[in-house]
Write a protein that binds this ligand. Sequence first.
Ligand code: DC
Length: 217
Amino acid sequence: MKKEIIVIDGPAASGKSTIAKIIAHQMQYMYIDSGAMYRCIALYKIEHDLNIEQLIKQINEIKICFTLDDKVYLNNIDVTNKIRNKEVTSIVSEIAKESEIRAYLVKQQQAYGLNKGIVMDGRDIGSVVFPTAKIKFYMEASVEKRAKRRYQEIISNGDQADYLNICEDIKKRDYEDMHRLNSPLIKVKDAIEIDTSNLSIDETVNKLMSIIMEKVK
Ligand code: DC
């Protein structure tokens, strides 16, 4: 079976990473969460108390690694959970606007794809990082469905959540991701659109896998 690069772009909380992880596992490919890389840069900025100019100057000091069990390391420290905290989430779209930061991360993302056999999810993977990839998906779901899933995820972790706040936050992040100057979130022409609003995880995985298996024949 040919090895390929599988791209999954789409808005925040559309279920990309859940699906991408399962697909990578089934295909025995590596999974790369490009959003986690932007989150690592945001965490580094917070931990070193830097402004954007200082952060860009120090960008080469920031080393991000993924392990096969989907852990994320920032300068050799496991930050898998930390990069999901509220503080990081609240500044990460500011970080993702900066062209120097994007250029630094895009180079690393492209290096992961050199030997193919990867699933990468994000916002600009099909448009900028791997524009010639043969398997591209654009995954979306209604704001209400995405907010409901995020709400349930938070509650099931034993934390408190406010559904309307989550809705507003998702709408704000959609707007920021789609309207920024550098590499905004777009659905490229050759991406297959999957609306997961009324699909379970299994149904979504099955749908993607049947398309992937046709393409890697
Ligand atoms: O998917 P996520 O919520 O973990 O992404 C975090 C942030 O990074 C979000 O603001 C969008 C941005 N991002 C991006 O600009 N380009 C990517 N390829 C992936 C994420």
